[in-house]
Design a protein around this ligand. Structure first.
Ligand code: NAD
Length: 351
């Protein structure tokens, strides 16, 4: 049976809009009908790429051959464009963060329900292999009961010098990177309830929006998760660090360098104390080699194109969206709690 070919219109053809175009070119069953961008340079670039440009958002939305709209504009524009697109009969994929508040998101969800359109969010970092590796280690209990997870992304260039520095456009690192890292953690925890969050934000290079944050999440099982984004970190801490009762795992960087170290079960009698400059310690002495196993990280393969393959199947009516709106709402509420906690210097509790 021949697969139905869907057509997509891209609104906002900057860095990410173009990434979507390139990715879509490699996926069966969908093709780009054209783009709309307010910047003439981007329109010129689209022409160079052989991509049609619409003269206005309305023209794009009125094109009957378009089934689906991808929104890759600055964050504050996702909501009005998504609503207009759904009301024009189009399915919608929004870039992250879906919008700037849970109240705005609820309005978008209401329109999706009313118009019966697919409305989902490009939470592409669910397909990151570093995340999937940690999720596998956690789910398979390879370290015994996990009591702490640390997830970090660190850079040293501040916030990129565009709309991401401006509050009105939904700038700042909580909304930019936080939305990915918090989504990954909540997805990994599944039905385990989040009970509390405490967060601080940084304003090292930017006073208008946060240029980094640290959030400590406490789940009902007692598991603690630290999530951190830094943009003034000239030395980066590891991407992931996970501690279980029988071992630890680390992923250093985007290249997935890392390892698992587990207790071998061999009893460690007569620990030789380590001599530090001003004293002795047994507690902090390194492990003897025969009391631990050092293992490679499990290999996990993923393909980001599975995001759009799922979108196609949802439009066919044969699959449910992989990125579901209740999950998106949960992350939005958590980001609001991060801001609230940082503002009040208080722990925020969830019921
Ligand atoms: P960008 O600044 O490179 O591109 C934004 C584009 O939108 C620009 O070309 C701009 O001219 C255009 N634009 C602005 N107002 C418009 C309007 N009213 N109508 C049509 N076009 C308009 O930014 P970017 O890095 O491509 O980010 C775009 C979106 O993608 C943001 O929401 C961002 O958070 C998201 N993003 C996601 C990822 C990811 O991995 N999922 C990565 C980067 C960016």
């Amino acid at each position: 049976m021949e697969q139905k070919k869907y057509k997509i219109g891209i609104v906002g053809f900057g860095g990410m809009g173009n990434w979507h175009r390139e990715t879509l070119e490699t996926i069966e069953g969908i093709s780009v009908a054209g783009i709309y961008d307010i910047d003439e340079e981007r329109v010129r670039y689209a022409k160079e790429c052989g991509v049609h440009s619409y003269q206005s958002l309305e023209e794009l939305l009125q094109d009957p051959q378009i089934d689906l709209v991808l929104i890759a504009t600055p964050n504050d524009l996702h909501k009005p464009i998504a609503i207009q697109a759904m009301q024009s009969g189009k399915h919608v994929v929004s870039e992250k963060p879906v919008t700037l508040s849970s109240a705005d998101l609820q309005e978008m969800i209401d329109v999706a329900k009313k118009t019966k359109r697919l409305f989902t969010v490009h939470q592409n970092r669910r397909w990151d292999e570093d995340f999937l590796t940690i999720q596998k280690i956690y789910q398979e209990q390879r370290l015994g009961e996990v009591f702490r997870i640390e997830s970090r992304v660190h850079g040293s260039r501040g916030i990129p010098g565009d709309w991401r520095q401006e509050k009105a456009h939904g700038g700042g690192m909580v909304l930019d990177w936080g939305v990915h890292l918090l989504d990954q953690i909540l997805l990994m925890m599944g039905t385990v309830k989040l009970k509390k969050v405490y967060a601080t934000v940084t304003n090292v290079t930017n006073q208008m929006v946060d240029d980094g944050f640290t959030a400590i999440l406490r789940f009902e099982t007692g598991l603690e998760v630290l999530v951190e984004v830094g943009t003034s970190n000239f030395i980066s801490l590891p991407r992931w660090y996970i501690l279980g009762q029988n071992g630890s795992a680390i992923i250093e960087d985007w290249d997935l360098r890392g390892r698992i170290v587990r207790a071998s079960g061999k009893n460690e009698k007569d620990v030789v104390p380590v001599r530090t400059a001003a004293g002795l310690t047994k507690t902090m002495a390194p492990r003897r080699e025969d009391t631990i196993f050092t293992e490679e990280l499990p290999k996990v393969k993923s393909d980001i194109r599975d995001f759009y393959r799922n979108v196609i199947k949802v439009m066919d009516g044969t699959e449910e969206p992989k990125v579901r709106l209740p999950e998106v709402m949960r992350v939005m509420r958590l980001m609001e709690a991060v801001f609230e906690s940082a503002k009040r210097h208080e722990v925020i509790s969830f019921e």
